[in-house]
Ligand binder design. Structure first.
Ligand code: KG4
Ligand code: ZN
Length: 344
């Protein structure tokens, strides 16, 4: 059995975790940076990179201490090598390289999106390849067929904003605070989802992709109209997101070969309304629905350690001069889609 140390630093969470190849999470240490970024209403890349540099080494020490281990007990060191904010990614990757060199252990450069994509397998031993994955995070909204480690077919992506980005920007417009996703979900619980008429971008469109920029603009207009409560706008916004995701998912599901499981991952997968909709869709198509626990949906070190464990088991390690990649699509053969700001 292999023990993998995983480091994550691609956005505003600094994290280190130790995971064993039998799916035991030996330890996971995480430090959020909300307090560093709150005053700016969003993640400031330079501040994030500096915070990662301060936090990473103590977190590695904590993860090792909590597991009662030293670097000698570790079989390989994995770190997010992209996509993400490049300054932060470099902190985690350089730390991993230094540890790998000092302890003479193999390095595994993990695609952050693969970390999310494989994380459901860390907690569900019965989840076999292939599965259909809705990957919804602060930077992405993609529907992927996960064929195996390093093997993905992208079926759909957003043509503009990511879904988490839409939550974050809407929260900012409504003055609900930062980070936006959980704040919108909380406010939505107090609101009426039918109170504010909002669009469902691309609903019914004869293409598989997603779009959320128009929805965010409609939230701004509803807010500026001054006649709606923020809770009602939040609830109506969240319902519009649910409706869009459901419509786009059904578009693809009705066109692809049957597949055993519908899986959701990424920070937005923590949203209960979205999880409930996905559960209903999975039932409708006779699929199993798998969603990781909330803490494993948002960025963490365990998902990187687990992706490292899966890659290590497949014999995939990387040279010490591997470069960080700000952009790194899971499916490099996917067709480019129309629209600006597409991350992958
Ligand atoms: O995966 P993640 O932690 O970081 C990225 O890789 O982007 O995702 C962060 C995103 C943020 O946009 C955050 O607002 C959103 O996930 N998020 C949520 C919820 N919790 C986090 N969105 C909706 N509902 C939530 N409960
Ligand atoms: Zn993420």
């Amino acid at each position: 059995m292999a023990v993998i140390l995983g480091l994550e630093s691609s956005c505003d969470e600094t994290a280190a975790a130790l995971v064993r190849s039998d799916r035991t999470i030996l330890s996971h240490a995480l430090a959020g940076q909300e307090d560093h970024h709150r005053a700016f209403g969003g993640v400031v890349p330079e501040i994030a990179a500096r915070a990662h540099a301060e936090l990473m080494t103590p977190l590695v020490e904590t993860a090792l201490a909590d597991a009662g281990m030293t670097l000698k007990d570790v079989d390989a060191i994995a770190a997010t090598a992209g996509p993400g904010l490049i300054g932060g990614v470099m902190v985690g990757l350089v730390t991993a390289k230094a540890l790998a060199m000092a302890a003479n252990k193999p390095l595994i450069a993990v695609n952050h999106l693969e970390g999310h994509a494989l994380s459901p397998r860390l907690v569900d031993p019965d989840l076999e390849f292939p599965y259909l994955l809705l990957l919804v995070s602060g930077g992405h909204c993609q529907l992927l067929r996960v064929n195996g480690v390093g093997d993905y077919d992208r079926l759909a992506t957003t043509i503009d904003d990511a879904v988490g980005e839409a939550f974050d920007k809407s929260a900012k417009i409504l003055g609900l605070g930062f980070p936006g996703g959980p704040a919108v979900e909380k406010a939505a619980k107090q609101g009426d989802a039918r109170a504010v008429p909002l669009p469902r971008p691309l609903k019914g469109a004869d293409e598989p992709h997603f779009s959320f920029a128009g929805l965010k603009s409609a939230v701004l207009r509803a807010h500026e109209a001054g006649s709606y409560k923020p809770e009602d706008i939040a609830a109506s916004f969240q319902q519009a997101v649910v409706d869009c995701l459901e419509d786009r998912l059904e578009y693809s599901l009705s066109r692809i070969e049957p597949i055993g499981a519908l899986v959701v991952a990424g920070g937005v997968a923590a949203n209960e309304a979205i999880r409930a909709m996905l559960q209903r869709v999975a039932e409708r198509y006779g699929m199993r629905f798998v969603a990781p626990p909330h803490w494993l949906c948002t960025d963490n070190g365990a998902m990187i350690a687990w992706a490292g464990a899966e890659r290590f088991a497949a014999g995939l390690t990387d040279p010490l001069d591997i470069a960080a990649r700000p952009r790194w699509p899971l499916d490099p053969d996917a067709e480019a889609v129309r629209g600006a700001g597409v991350k992958a």
